[in-house]
Design a protein around this ligand. Structure first.
Ligand SMILES: Cc1ncc(COP(=O)(O)O)c(C=O)c1O
Length: 398
């Protein structure tokens, strides 16, 4: 079949591929220790669900304004101001069909062929493909395990060329949990302003940070608005991945362009989900600290468990809910190696140890594995037992 160059430039999400392979085995009755999905295992809080049911009963089931209902845009601006210290107005806000859609629209209106977009690596799988689909080129900026996978302003500046138009900065990051501290973020903003580069802050994990980090937005920095685009989502903060509500906060002209694209593609996000998000943004945040406390417990368990396996190293993620161990000691071409690379290793782990996780290659980080700890302590313990057995048996055979 003849397909367009633009669709042939991108690949299906590799995380979705892992999840599908694990689901197939589960459907056959195999007990999988599943560290694949990047989504909270908590239910959406009751008051949010009730608001959606109320919206249905009130027949709020029709088209809405393309950028979202005004009360929700007002609520997003007020929530972001209260929680993260920004100062946006509804005309600088568009509600999208999830954070991913928000990024897709903003990238589509900002960059094109001949442009470069900087993406710190390890990166979330969708960033490079969204950039490529827009016709532009992703340029990866390295981070280091010693710096907790948080990108530095100096590394950004080094990667800037006359073609650079955009930096996509996800903090806390998926997959490595890197958190850029406020002072460094401001240095990065300074570099972006100096070179006239847009700084897109992906804040989807903003409220899942571990001490000493605190929720932070670059939109709270003085004079940041002219060069900053904020991408947010209710998916992780309020355990609402399936509702598909995200948002963009940016200068009005950019918001209008994103809205124009939305008007010719998805139209408004689902009306019912918008009313649910309105309840999330205007209601109590009481459900969030217990989720964070539970993630913190799980983080301790999984990082300590991984570190206890000889040959595995693992940094403490500063935020989000992923452990990102280095398993390069087990890779290579020698007869004693377990696999050539992490893609092969993760397939083996699924088939031989019934553990599902995502290989680092998917995130531009060969030698690493991503384990989501958005799963119960019991399942984490079970997965750790299987991993320990798998790796220790392999080490014993060397
Ligand atoms: C870094 C990052 N950004 C954005 C998203 C998009 O989330 P959603 O489209 O559900 O809002 C995700 C989801 O996994 C993510 O990990």
């Amino acid at each position: 079949m003849h397909l367009t160059d633009r669709i042939n430039r991108i690949q299906a999400s590799p995380t979705a591929a892992v999840i599908a392979a694990a689901e197939q085995l589960k459907a056959r009755g195999v007990d999988i220790a599943d560290f694949g999905p990047g989504e909270p295992d908590f239910p959406t809080p009751d008051h949010i669900k009730k608001a959606a049911i109320q919206a249905i009963n009130d027949n709020k089931t029709k088209y809405t304004a393309t950028p979202g209902i005004m009360p929700l845009r007002e609520a997003v601006c007020a929530w972001h101001k209260r929680e993260l210290g920004s100062s946006y107005e509804p005309k600088e806000c568009v509600v999208n069909v999830g954070g991913k859609h928000a990024i897709f629209n903003a990238v589509s209106v900002l960059i094109q062929q001949g442009d470069e977009a900087l993406i710190p690596a390890p990166y979330w799988v969708s960033f490079p493909d969204i950039v490529k689909y827009a016709g532009a080129m992703p340029v990866y900026v390295p981070t280091s395990a010693e710096d907790g996978f948080a990108v530095k302003a100096a590394a950004i500046e080094k990667a800037i060329t006359p073609k650079t138009r955009l930096l996509i900065l996800n903090s806390p990051s998926n997959p490595a949990g890197g958190v850029v501290p406020p002072e460094e973020f401001e240095r990065i903003l300074h570099v972006c302003k100096k070179h006239n580069v847009w700084l897109m802050g992906d804040e989807c994990y903003s409220h899942f940070v571990y001490a000493p980090h605190k929720p932070y937005s670059i939109a709270s920095a003085k004079d940041s608005k002219s060069h900053v685009i904020i991408i947010g989502s209710v998916s992780k903060t309020f355990a609402m991945t399936g509702w598909r509500i995200g948002y963009t906060l940016a200068p009005e002209a950019l918001v209008q362009a994103s809205n124009k694209l939305q008007s010719q593609s998805t139209s408004n996000p689902t009306s019912i989900a918008q009313y649910a998000a309105l309840a999330a943004m205007t209601g109590s945040m009481d459900a969030v600290p217990p989720m964070l406390a539970e993630y913190e417990k799980r983080r301790k368990r999984i990082v300590e468990g991984l570190r206890a396996i000889p040959g595995v190293t693992c940094e403490w993620p500063g935020g989000a809910f992923y452990a990102f161990p280095n398993v390069s000691a087990f890779l290579g071409n020698s007869p004693h190696a377990l696999a050539k690379n992490c893609t092969e290793l993760s397939r083996k782990l699924l088939d031989e140890a019934q553990v599902a996780l995502v290989p680092g290659e998917a995130f531009g980080a060969p030698g690493y594995l991503r384990l989501s700890y958005a799963t119960s302590i019991e399942r984490i313990d079970e997965g750790l037992r299987r991993l320990e057995k798998f790796f220790t048996r392999a080490a014993a055979a060397v």
